[in-house]
Ligand binder design. Structure first.
Ligand SMILES: Cc1cc2nc3c(=O)[nH]c(=O)nc-3n(C[C@H](O)[C@H](O)[C@H](O)COP(=O)(O)OP(=O)(O)OC[C@H]3O[C@@H](n4cnc5c(N)ncnc54)[C@H](O)[C@@H]3O)c2cc1C
Length: 342
């Protein structure tokens, strides 16, 4: 079984976990990250890699994937170890006071500090109740758009009435061969501008909009050829399609973290806002997974939380050392760590 020793073990390689590597690295603390997904980036790369984000300080516009690529570049000097495709499944205190984090792949990481940066937990898209849909998932039924090019010149059917359904309708309409939006009612829980734009495209015949739900799938070997729609008036009709993108929201499953023995409040981890430590000493929490008065589930909040966590984690990892506050602009020792010293 692969076994490692490090300063800090981080559960979750979303934007918050990644930036934590940077803040810890500046303080000479080494990190290992564990993530269920097969690549870093959390929600940014899994749910909206090609969507623009407008509220990252200093970056007027950056897509989810670009932000993650930049974070990966920024943390490169610190050589963190990634354990992707592994779920953090157990946490035990060691006789020497450190923690042992174990994964479902058998990896064990012994660390002074564990940082839970697990976002919405193991987030799972809500699967619509359509018989046999599992057989098409990942082949022609997709719950996220990882690469828009996959849908170029394809017949695409989007189901749902929220922001994701509307956004992808607008984004994929110019490249898909045909685009059909299906929603069970003629009202949406989405940005009004997007709804207006979608109605314009439907009126112009650029896309089709049906008030209906998807009743049955047709195809073979995981490849869809069409679906049966069911209208309000119980009328059924079939339309041809190569891909179905159901956007019915996400279920947040905390997963094994619920059994780590950490105090939880409504599936979130309460922390103090000076150290971002949980009630269990040595276990810290940052990002979407935590709760405190005024918490905002924003990337920039996660970055701030990571910075304060790192300062507190330093004292747990190096109880006999003093921590000197330094700026990256003026500290030659920080610049050396970053590999930019002249
Ligand atoms: C469509 C959409 C648009 C958004 N737009 C913006 C925006 O414009 N601006 C903004 O600031 N925010 C935006 N957000 C929110 C932003 O994405 C989140 O605040 C951010 O991703 C939180 O980062 P995180 O690192 O805390 O968690 P996440 O990004 O959720 O990453 C957590 C990671 O932990 C992993 N994980 C969970 N449990 C385990 C486990 N047991 N073992 C191993 N790994 C585990 C998950 O696989 C995941 O990769 C948006 C979100 C969505 C869905």
């Amino acid at each position: 079984m692969p076994s490692f020793e490090t300063d800090v073990a981080i559960v979750g390689a979303g934007p918050t976990g990644l930036f934590a590597v940077f803040e810890l690295g500046l303080l000479d603390l080494k990190a290992h990250l564990v993530d269920i997904l097969d690549r870093p980036g959390g929600q940014c790369t899994e749910l909206y890699p090609e969507k623009p984000i407008y509220d990252i300080p200093g970056l007027p516009v950056v897509t989810g994937q670009q932000l993650v690529d930049r974070l990966m570049e920024q943390i490169k000097p610190f050589g963190a170890t990634f354990h992707c495709g592994e779920m953090a499944s157990g946490l035990k205190r060691q006789p020497d006071g450190r923690w042992k984090l174990s994964t479902d792949a058998g990896t064990e990481i012994v660390a002074h500090v564990v940082v839970i940066a697990a976002g919405g937990g193991s987030f799972m898209p809500k699967r619509p109740p359509i018989h046999g849909i599992e057989a098409y998932e990942g082949k022609s039924v997709h719950y996220a758009v990882r690469k828009m090019e996959m849908f170029r010149d394809r017949r695409v059917l989007i189901a749902g009435g929220g922001d994701s359904a509307l956004d992808w309708t607008l984004n994929l309409a110019p490249i898909a061969k045909t685009l059909t939006l299906v929603h069970h009612r003629d009202g949406f829980r989405a940005n009004q501008h997007s709804v207006g734009r979608m109605r314009e495209l439907a009126a112009a015949g650029t896309i089709q909009f049906h008030v209906a739900s998807v009743k049955a799938l047709h195809g073979a070997g995981g490849q869809l050829t069409g679906v049966t729609l069911l209208g309000h008036d119980k009328r059924e009709w079939r339309i041809e399609t190569d891909a179905l993108l159901p956007f019915f929201g996400l279920t947040m499953k905390l997963g094994p973290i619920a059994h780590f023995g950490i105090n939880l409040h409504e599936n979130l981890i309460p922390v103090d806002t000076a150290r971002f430590e949980t009630e269990t000493p040595g276990i810290f929490g940052i990002g979407d997974i935590i709760t405190y008065p005024g918490k905002l589930k924003l990337i920039l909040s996660g970055f701030h939380e990571a910075a304060l966590m790192a300062q507190a984690a330093f004292h747990v990892c190096r109880p006999n050392e003093k921590l000197r506050f330094q700026y990256t602009t003026s500290s030659s020792s920080l610049q050396k760590k970053l590999g930019v010293a002249s």
